[in-house]
Design a protein around this ligand. Structure first.
Ligand code: 3PY
Length: 356
C-alpha cells in the first residue's frame, strides 16, 4: 500500500499551469519521494505522520498479529531508502545486503536494540533511530505491577478464589513479602531503573541499591541509591529488578552464580530482555526454593512455549512482553519512530539517535 496523500495533493495542482497530465505529475512527484518499508502495522499516530509528510512513499506489512515472514522482508527491503522496524525483526548483514546501498536510515520502534547488528549498520553508514524516554513511565508502572503481583501472589490468589481453593480465612495462606522496610536492588541503573525506584519509594522501601558497569551518581542521587557490587546486590536485595540492556556482556548474567547468592525470601523481576537470564538456572533457583519468586515480562524465546517448565511453577509470574503496552505509550513510540525516520532521511539530526 503506497501512500496516497501525495497523490491527492498532486491532483489538486493546476495541470494546465504545468502543462503535464495528472499521471505525468504523479510520476514526477513519486520519483522524488523517498521509499520506505514499514515492517509492522504500527499504531495510528506514527502512520499518520508518515502519510501526511509528503516526503516518503511507504509500503507496510499490514498486520499486527503476524510478523512479516523473513523471506518476504528480504524481498520488500530491496532498494528502500529507509526502514522502520519493530523488535521482532532481526536486522543483520543478510537483510542489509538485500536492502542495498540506498538504505541510509533505520528507525526502530523500541528502546532496546539487541535485534540490530550495530556493527553492520555502522560499516554501511546507516543511521539508527530508536525510542527511549517515551516508554519509561509505562515500563516502570508495569514493573511495579509485576513486582506486586509476584510478591503478593496475586495470580495464584485469583486462581484459588475462582477454582474453589478459598476455604476459611487462614493465618499463613498466600502470604507474600512486602516492600515496607525492604531493600530494593536495581541491576543496571538508567532512566527506567530510576522511574521504578521513584514509584516504589512511597511503599516505604528502606534502601535502594544498584549495580552497573560504573557508578551513575547523577541518576543514583535522584533516588538516593547506593552503588554496590553485583555480589552485594544479590546478597542484600529483597527485591531485585533487572533493568539493563541486553549486550554480549549482560547475556545470561543472571545465572546460577547470582541466584545462589540471593536470599531465599527474595523476589526477582525482569522487564528488560529475556536474554539476560539463564532460564534453566532460574527454574532451578525457583523450584528448589533458592529464591522466593520471579516475575518476568520477557523470556527466550518469545512467545515462551506453553510447555516451558517455568509455566509449571506457582512462584513464577510470566507476562507476554507488555511493559510498554499502553495506548499512549505505543502511539508515542510510533510517532517518535516515524519522526526519527523522516528527519534522518532529510539528513537532519533525529530526535533520538543511537550514535554508532
Ligand atoms: O521498546 C522496547 O525495547 C521494548 O521492549 C518494548 O517495550
Amino acid at each position: 500500500m503506497w501512500c496516497s496523500v501525495a497523490v491527492r495533493r498532486l491532483q489538486r495542482l493546476s495541470v494546465s499551469h504545468l502543462n503535464l497530465s495528472p499521471t505525468q505529475i504523479l510520476q514526477k512527484k513519486m520519483s522524488t519521494l523517498q521509499r520506505v518499508y514499514v515492517t509492522r502495522q504500527i499504531p495510528p499516530d506514527g502512520l499518520k505522520i508518515l502519510r501526511e509528510s509528503g516526503q516518503v512513499q511507504f509500503e507496510l506489512w499490514d498486520s499486527d498479529d503476524v510478523p512479516i515472514p523473513r523471506t518476504e522482508l528480504v524481498q520488500k527491503v530491496k532498494g528502500v531508502d529507509g526502514l522502520l522496524c519493530v523488535l521482532t525483526e532481526k536486522i543483520d548483514a543478510e537483510l542489509l545486503d538485500a536492502a542495498g546501498p540506498n538504505l541510509k536510515i533505520l528507525s526502530t520502534m523500541s528502546v532496546g536494540f539487541d535485534h540490530l547488528n550495530l556493527e553492520e549498520l555502522k560499516k554501511r553508514g546507516i543511521r539508527v533511530g530508536y525510542t527511549p524516554d517515551v516508554l519509561t513511565d509505562a515500563v516502570a508502572e508495569l514493573t511495579v505491577a509485576l513486582l506486586l503481583a509476584t510478591s503478593r501472589k496475586l495470580i495464584e490468589a485469583t486462581h484459588e478464589a475462582k477454582t474453589g481453593g478459598w476455604g476459611t480465612w487462614r493465618t499463613l495462606w498466600l502470604c507474600g513479602y512486602e516492600l515496607a522496610n525492604s531493600t530494593v536492588g536495581i541491576f543496571g541503573l538508567g532512566r527506567i531503573g530510576v522511574a521504578i525506584a521513584e514509584r516504589l519509594a512511597p511503599f516505604k522501601v528502606k534502601r535502594f541499591i544498584y549495580t552497573d558497569v560504573v557508578p551513575r551518581p547523577e541518576l543514583a542521587s535522584q533516588i538516593n541509591a547506593e552503588f554496590v557490587s553485583t555480589d552485594e546486590l544479590a546478597k542484600q536485595s529483597d527485591f531485585l529488578a533487572v533493568c539493563c540492556a541486553l549486550t554480549p556482556e549482560t547475556k545470561e548474567i543472571c545465572n546460577k552464580d547470582l541466584f545462589s547468592k540471593m536470599k531465599n525470601t527474595s523476589i526477582f523481576i525482569n522487564t528488560s530482555r529475556g536474554g539476560v537470564v539463564n532460564q534453566e538456572d532460574l527454574y532451578e533457583a525457583l523450584s528448589t526454593g533458592q529464591i522466593a519468586a520471579a516475575g518476568l515480562d520477557v523470556t527466550v524465546p518469545e512467545p515462551l512455549p506453553t510447555s516451558h517448565p517455568l509455566f509449571t511453577l506457582k512462584n513464577c509470574v510470566i507476562l507476554p512482553h507488555i511493559a510498554s503496552a499502553s495506548y499512549s505509550t505505543r502511539n508515542a513510540m510510533s510517532s517518535l519512530a516515524a519522526n526519527n525516520l523522516l528527519l534522518g532521511l532529510r539528513g537532519e539530526p533525529m530526535i533520538k539517535e543511537l550514535h554508532l
